[in-house]
Design a protein around this ligand. Structure first.
Ligand SMILES: Nc1ncnc2c1ncn2[C@@H]1O[C@H](COP(=O)(O)OP(=O)(O)OP(=O)(O)O)[C@@H](O)[C@H]1O
Ligand SMILES: [Mg+2]
Length: 358
């Protein structure tokens, strides 16, 4: 504790305060308290004193003041200061209760520093995540472009060759007697079949229908081809609210493609369904089958398939789809994400198992 006159000259001081200021009570008496305030803070301290004097009220004020005892480290303090009446000339004193808060301030400083470091680390993580997203979006686009190129070549070149075969067969047919033409017609239907398969393959590689008509028609086309090949009927339900960004459409299409391949390979299902739901800016696609379901020992880590991340086509976003609970009687895979690629983040979470609705 110490007491000063209204100008801040020390009039009385106890032992604790004198030891904090680094001088004996005898040398402190009569000196200005401002002299012991840290260099950079003196002017502000003096103006505060002047304001207090001018206000003339006797409310207790709390100031944080840094004192600089001679030859010692600065001391951070909390100063409770109030104006009190005193006997004798001048009549008034400033009563100061000084508390050493150096440790607390040190901790506060370190905490702030940590917080600053964490904030900068967090910003770095966000920046890396965005960079990763951009990179994987670019990778997906490049992959799709490549698929488009191969699909077109497959479609156009194979189409030209099969047309040439048809023309050649027709020519040969004209030179053959009628009884041998039936065999030729048979060959012609095989060529038609090859053509059809190549066309479907080309569509699956890069479905132009996805670019031209959108997700739902492309999924229907995919499901149709799948059912024709495997004999497993697939229902396509739901729709999107208009066209969705092509990156998102492609990612969902690839997830479904991978899921259907899995159904054919692993599920022994008698039927399956693909359901689209568009709620606000979120698009959800659920693929279910009524087969054997996911088995813990068959789900392998790091598989490139749908169970891991919605298929490699979903790489724009990292993780993408979630299989239904392991051990359930049917398999359900869900992919969901925002329908605009600016925040293209797939959600994850288990879904309740159950057979597809009929
Ligand atoms: N519809 C399904 N029904 C039952 N099990 C499934 C189904 N889909 C996936 N699984 C299980 O999940 C496992 C992992 O699937 P994932 O697609 O990752 O790999 P994969 O199909 O075995 O190989 P690939 O990497 O060629 O796709 C499969 O091996 C299979 O045991
Ligand atoms: Mg697979």
């Amino acid at each position: 504790m110490l007491a000063t006159d209204l100008h801040g000259n020390i009039r009385d001081v106890n032992r604790a305060a004198s030891s904090l200021l680094g001088a004996s009570p005898a040398t402190l008496i009569g000196q200005s308290l401002a002299v012991f305030v840290g260099r950079g803070h003196r002017r502000a301290f003096r103006s505060r004193l002047a304001r207090l004097r001018a206000a003339g009220n006797d409310e207790v004020q709390e100031w944080q003041v840094q004192f600089q005892p001679r030859g010692r480290e600065p001391v951070e303090t909390a100063l409770a200061i109030s104006t009190v009446a005193a006997p004798g000339p001048g009549g008034k004193r400033l009563l100061c209760a000084i508390r050493d808060i150096t440790r607390r301030k040190g901790i506060e400083r370190r905490l702030k520093e940590r917080e600053r470091q964490y904030r900068s680390l967090y910003l770095q993580v966000l920046a890396h995540r965005d960079a990763l997203r951009n990179l994987s979006a670019r990778y997906l686009l490049a992959k799709e472009e490549e698929a488009k190129r191969i699909a077109h070549q497959l479609h156009d070149e194979a189409g030209q060759i099969t047309t040439s075969i048809h023309l050649a067969l027709a020519e040969i047919g004209r030179e053959l007697p009628e009884r041998n033409r039936e065999r030729l017609r048979q060959v012609s239907t095989y060529v038609d079949e090859i053509e059809d398969r190549l066309r479907r393959l080309s569509h699956e590689l890069r479905p132009t229908i996805l670019d031209d008509l959108g997700l739902r028609p492309a999924l229907e086309f995919l499901a149709e081809g799948f059912s024709a090949r495997t004999g497993i009927p697939i229902r396509v339900e739901g729709k999107t609210d208009g066209r969705v960004d092509s990156l998102v459409e492609t990612a969902i299409y690839r997830v479904v493609q991978e899921a259907l391949t899995n159904i054919a390979r692993h599920s022994s299902a008698g039927g399956a369904s693909i359901r689209l739901r568009h709620v606000h800016d979120r698009l959800r696609c659920t693929i279910r089958d009524d087969g054997v379901g996911f088995a813990a020992n068959r789900l392998r880590r790091g598989g490139k398939g749908a169970s891991r991340a919605g298929g490699s086509g979903c790489s724009a976003s990292g993780r993408g789809s979630t299989p239904s609970a392991v051990g359930s009687r049917s398999a359900r895979l869900r992919a969901r994400g925002r329908s605009s690629p600016s925040s293209f983040l797939w959600g994850a979470g288990h879904d309740l198992p159950g057979p597809p609705r009929r």
